[in-house]
Design a protein around this ligand. Structure first.
Ligand code: AMP
Ligand code: ZN
Length: 115
């Protein structure tokens, strides 16, 4: 069984592209939680934060610099936006390819957690 987000990066599974560079791909979440809900993934497969170390830490810089570009290009930058990484089972991670959620497009995104 392959990785859904790797297959999206390869174009084998369709997605609505928001941003791409040499190392990062970003696309609309299929089940948006806000008017703007973008998923930002690195083209290098990494399961989650638990697999990060000093050798692959530039992945995070690539992801967050892409978040900044996406915030600018989607118009979120002016009012602000929320950035979420669901990490591991209790964190709500269901796709095991590290990804950053970028959410915005509302005047107030509400409380951080609704548990
Ligand atoms: P997480 O719970 O952080 O692992 O988030 C996984 C996210 O992937 C969810 O918000 C899903 O709506 C989203 N998702 C699942 N399948 C697809 C897909 N084929 N295209 C776009 N987003 C997807
Ligand atoms: Zn993957």
């Amino acid at each position: 069984m392959g990785c859904l987000f790797c297959n999206i990066i390869k174009g084998e599974v369709p997605s609505k592209k928001i941003y791409e560079n040499e190392r990062v791909y970003a696309f609309e979440d299929i089940n948006p939680c806000a008017p703007v809900h973008v998923l930002v993934v690195h083209k290098t497969h990494i399961r989650n934060i638990d697999e990060l170390d000093h050798s692959n830490a530039p992945i995070m810089a690539d992801l967050f610099l892409a978040v900044k570009e996406i915030a600018r290009s989607t118009g979120l930058e002016a009012d602000g936006y929320r950035v979420i990484i669901n990490n591991g089972k209790a964190g709500g991670q269901v796709i095991w390819h590290l990804h950053v959620h970028v959410l915005g497009g509302l005047p107030d995104l509400g409380p951080m957690l609704s548990v």
